[in-house]
Design a protein around this ligand. Structure first.
Ligand code: HSE
Length: 306
């Protein structure tokens, strides 16, 4: 294979209760990339469509991730990357992870798959760190593995793939404002009260159990965030109104997607998801903030060849 075209999906990190560890993969929202093998060694980004991002390898998330892989693999060829960016940077649905995952996945395919997905997670984290100044994998893991994932630890890196209940749908509203992950991390406290820690780890445990047993009621009860949401929700206009409307329409839960400003809801069935989407749309239509709304299945495949 001399070139590859791929779809690198958007993802939702944290999933309310699992800050920095839980994530899930979205369907139909994502970037595309074309990666070509070249005789000449080295790495070039030859095209970026969609958003104004740097072409310099060391300043581009896809470039830094790919470089981490190439420094390890030392292949006898080079690569050119074209990025068709559809996920707005700073959207909270894993824009930088999609770039990082796409480049390492594509190059790995062109090299004949010398690395497994866990090793690719490690390389992609190098790119993610450029964007958020912190190595975490809660967007990268679901983009690579698909479905729901739990990052058990980053050093050593351990990723658990969790089951996806069949009738689960996500609704995403993306208000067109930018929140930098680094800034959304900077406002969080260093320590949390024990009472909140107990609530949070009980929710993570029950959320994982709910996924394994397709228990939608338990899933709903677990989608609660007493650690991060109280701080970050203040950065997102109309957050509480959106959440109230989503829950009123029957969403299982509603929370901040990654570091925001996107807000996700999880719903049992497409009909509920469509109702939730309409109610949220109604709220944002009355503001002067532009927005996008998506209703998506959970993508159990992750990044894939087109
Ligand atoms: N877990 C990360 C955060 C995801 O919330 O800061 C955003 O990259």
């Amino acid at each position: 294979m001399e070139h590859i075209k791929l779809f690198s999906p958007a993802t939702v990190a944290n999933v309310s209760c699992g800050f920095d560890v839980l994530g899930f993969c979205l369907d139909s929202i994502g970037d595309e990339m074309v990666i070509k093998k070249t005789k000449e060694k080295g790495l070039k980004i030859t095209k970026i469509v969609g958003f104004d991002l740097p072409f310099e390898i060391e300043k581009n998330v896809a470039g830094v991730s790919a470089l981490a892989l190439l420094e390890d693999a030392k292949p006898d060829c080079g690569f050119e990357i074209e990025i068709y960016k559809r996920i707005k940077p700073g959207s909270g649905i894993g824009s930088s992870s999609a770039s990082a995952v796409g480049s390492v996945f594509g190059i790995n395919e062109l090299l004949g798959r010398p690395y497994n997905k866990l090793e690719l997670t490690y390389f992609a984290m190098k790119g993610e760190a450029l964007a958020s100044q912190c190595e975490h994998a809660d967007n990268i893991a679901p983009a690579l593995f698909g479905g729901f994932t739990l990052v058990k630890s980053v050093a050593p890196l351990k990723v658990l793939q969790l089951p996806t209940p069949k009738n689960l749908f996500a609704v995403i509203i993306h208000p067109q404002i930018e929140i930098k992950t680094s800034e959304a991390r900077a406002i969080l406290p260093d320590a949390i009260p024990l009472k909140n820690a107990i609530t949070q780890w009980s929710n993570v445990g029950s959320f994982v159990h709910a996924l394994h047993t397709s228990d939608y009621d338990l899933l709903s009860q677990s989608l609660q965030d007493v650690v991060v949401e109280p701080y970050r929700s203040q950065l997102i206009p109309h957050y509480q109104n959106v959440k109230e409307a989503a829950l009123k329409q029957g969403a299982l839960g509603c929370g901040i997607s990654g570091s925001g400003p996107s807000i996700f809801s999880l719903c049992h069935g497409e009909k509920v998801a469509q109702n939730v989407a309409s109610a949220i749309k109604n709220i944002y239509s009355q503001t002067n903030i532009a927005f996008e709304i998506y209703v998506s299945r959970i993508n159990t495949k992750g990044v894939n060849i087109l």
